[in-house]
Design a binder for this molecule. Structure first.
Ligand code: HEC
Length: 250
């Protein structure tokens, strides 16, 4: 780093630009950094924290989001929890068997009385409780589809939004950082890194849909992206304001 900064480059660097430009660049970088922190907070609140209570880690949260919980239907999960207390063990077993066989309408008759006697007192329009009704097959079926994770449609949506949005952010932060004094090899690396990370990150969202192990590359991509953005922001700010020399105008 010290060696990298030793010679004065023959080009305007961040230290040399005018104060108004420095203020503009700094405000932009700080706002981007803040935006990134909120993005992480959002990710935490939406994807991580709701699973925290079940003792699930970060990787599991990512897997659940993209790959889904394929071994489990929502009905099965509810029955393993508090909803299982409202039926006898034998009835519960019959419900599980029904789910296991595909929760088909043809076999619904066998389990319909259980829903009617043990669930409908709460899960029906008459009960007045703000919970989904479970008195007909169509209503129950909503909870017996297997959770396949995020749909292709919503993946396409978030992918294109992120690719467009993030490229502007990285263009701005990288464009500012390109004027740093850091030597050219490290500058190239740190400028390319967020772009590569977002390819890895978004690519892995898709791969995780097909194989859960890609949850790890989702995380690696996200972490690299955050670190390289942080690096660009901190080095740029430091060179603008703390690398002393009287600023000349640009
Ligand atoms: C004493 C009232 C009561 C009974 C009886 C009851 N439930 Fe529930 N159920 C609730 C409440 C309240 C919720 C919402 C809060 C929660 O998720 O814990 C809920 C939530 C659920 C959910 C999740 C719904 C969602 O939107 O994710 C499912 C599935 C479910 N119950 C299934 C059943 C089944 C099956 C039975 C019968 C075996 C049953 N419940 C019996 C009160 C009841």
């Amino acid at each position: 780093m010290r060696a990298a900064l030793a010679q004065t480059p023959d080009r305007p660097t961040l230290r040399d630009i005018s104060i108004p430009m420095k203020v503009l660049f700094s405000c932009l970088l700080l706002t981007l950094g803040l935006g990134y922190l909120f993005a992480i907070l959002y990710l935490y609140l939406v994807d991580i924290e709701p699973h925290g209570g079940e003792g699930e880690g970060f990787v599991v949260a990512v897997v659940n989001k993209y790959y889904g919980q394929r071994g489990e239907t929502q009905l099965g999960a509810a029955l393993q929890g508090a909803m299982g207390d409202t039926v006898t063990p034998a009835e519960k077993e019959r419900l599980f068997q029904w789910i296991k066989k595909g929760a088909r309408i043809d076999d619904y008759e066998e389990v319909a009385p259980i829903f009617k006697n043990s669930c409908a007192m709460c899960h029906s329009a008459e009960s007045g409780m703000p919970i989904p009704p479970l008195s007909r097959y169509e209503e129950v079926a909503v909870y017996t589809t297997v959770d396949m994770g995020q749909s292709i449609k919503s993946l396409v949506r978030v992918s294109h939004v992120h690719l467009f949005g993030m490229s502007f952010i990285f263009f701005l932060s990288g464009g500012i950082f390109a004027m740093s004094r850091v030597n050219v090899r490290w500058r190239v690396l740190l400028i390319a890194m967020p772009f590569i990370s977002i390819w890895v990150d978004i690519g892995s969202w898709w791969f995780t849909k097909f194989a859960p192990v890609f949850a790890y590359t989702v995380i690696v991509g996200g972490v690299l992206m955050g670190l390289s953005l942080l690096g660009q922001i901190l080095i740029s700010l430091w060179e603008m304001w703390f690398l002393a020399e009287a600023p000349k105008s640009f």
